[in-house]
Design a protein around this ligand. Structure first.
Ligand SMILES: NC(=O)c1ccc[n+]([C@@H]2O[C@H](COP(=O)([O-])OP(=O)(O)OC[C@H]3O[C@@H](n4cnc5c(N)ncnc54)[C@H](OP(=O)(O)O)[C@@H]3O)[C@@H](O)[C@H]2O)c1
Length: 295
């Protein structure tokens, strides 16, 4: 089976790590800026905003599966560069979907909890209506819509609050602050579903192997707030939590450019309805991340 991973950032790295082990998989990696290799796999140049390059590259390869993680994920940057955000996060997805259509490749598209406004007051299932509050969420939702319009065989996977080896993230930031004796900024009251990119990559691999299609929420369990995650990190690394050593700030003070939804916990509802293997808790996942990928 030929698998193309488009986007070699945080999740892309763990997808490579996961698929490298699979003997029946021939792996090809693409990104627009990152060059060189990832775990020994060469990264080829591909800018998904370039329709011709995307079509020619992907149809020439003719992969069985394309996993599209490429995105502008900086939420504030998207707010201030809205055209560019649509170009990458929406039109780029359309370009990849058109290439996938030619040979009926399975397209796995990564989407986000930010398609929701965070006002539900409990976990979002795959059946809830979307209502993004910011440009990033809107561009990702319109990316989803192109996938649905163009393809029959697709997986849309919504995830949230990712942490992993191949990029700075909220846990690596807190860890660095605590290690250096600095006060980390923690957003007060924001709730979500922390997700380890290594677990997500393995779960994506599982869905592909089981020939699943359609929309799935995929996160570690259960939803929680930022401060609870920070306290758990302190416990794991053996540092006593002290409120005086952190800077707990309201969201309005931290997020000046793009509004954030305040409660985007995702319920892996379809995953559970289909009796797929239980996904571990974010606490277990963070422990694993800290000991094996962060330190
Ligand atoms: N991180 C999270 O907390 C989170 C939460 C929910 C959903 N997601 C979704 O999950 C997916 C993976 O996230 P991630 O954190 O792994 O993202 P990431 O680390 O930012 O990786 C995304 C990759 O896409 C590349 N890219 C940007 N523009 C491109 C273009 N025009 N053509 C080709 N590649 C391009 C980026 O390259 P450059 O950086 O060099 O431009 C980067 O390597 C994304 O679709 C994201 O929306 C992420």
């Amino acid at each position: 089976m030929k698998v193309a991973i488009v986007g070699c950032g945080m999740l892309g790295y763990d997808l490579v790590r996961t698929f490298l082990d699979k003997k029946d998989v021939e792996l090809f990696c693409y990104d627009n800026k990152i060059t060189g290799d990832i775990l020994g796999k060469k990264i080829y140049n591909l800018d998904i905003t370039n329709a011709n390059q995307t079509y020619e590259t992907l149809t020439k390869l003719n992969p069985d599966t394309i996993i599209l993680t490429s995105s502008i994920t900086d939420v504030d940057f998207c707010e201030e560069n809205s055209d560019l955000a649509y170009r990458v996060n929406t039109i780029g997805v359309k370009n990849v979907a058109i290439a996938a259509q030619k040979f009926d490749s399975l397209l796995v598209y990564l989407s986000t909890d930010y398609v929701f406004d965070g006002k539900k007051g409990k976990e979002y299932t795959e059946f809830d209506l979307c209502c993004p509050l910011n440009v990033y969420g809107e561009t990702k939702l319109q990316g989803e819509n192109f996938v649905r319009q163009i393809l029959n065989r697709y997986l849309i996977i919504r995830t949230s609050w990712m942490f992993g080896k191949n990029r700075k993230n909220y846990i690596s930031y807190w860890y660095t602050c605590v290690s250096k004796g600095q006060k980390p900024i923690i957003v007060d009251g924001q709730v979500g579903s922390p997700t380890y990119s290594k677990d997500l990559a393995q779960n994506i691999c599982y869905l592909i192997k089981e020939n699943k299609i359609g929309l799935y929420n995929v996160t570690n369990l259960e939803g929680t707030d930022r401060l609870t995650v920070f306290k758990e990190m302190c416990k794991i690394i053996g540092v006593e939590f002290n409120i005086k050593n952190i800077c707990l700030k309201p969201a309005n003070d931290v997020f000046k450019k793009a509004v954030r939804p305040m409660d985007t916990r995702l319920d892996n509802f379809i995953w559970k309805l289909e009796d797929l293997p239980k996904i571990r808790s974010w606490k277990d996942a963070i422990r694993d991340y800290i000991f094996y990928d962060l330190k």
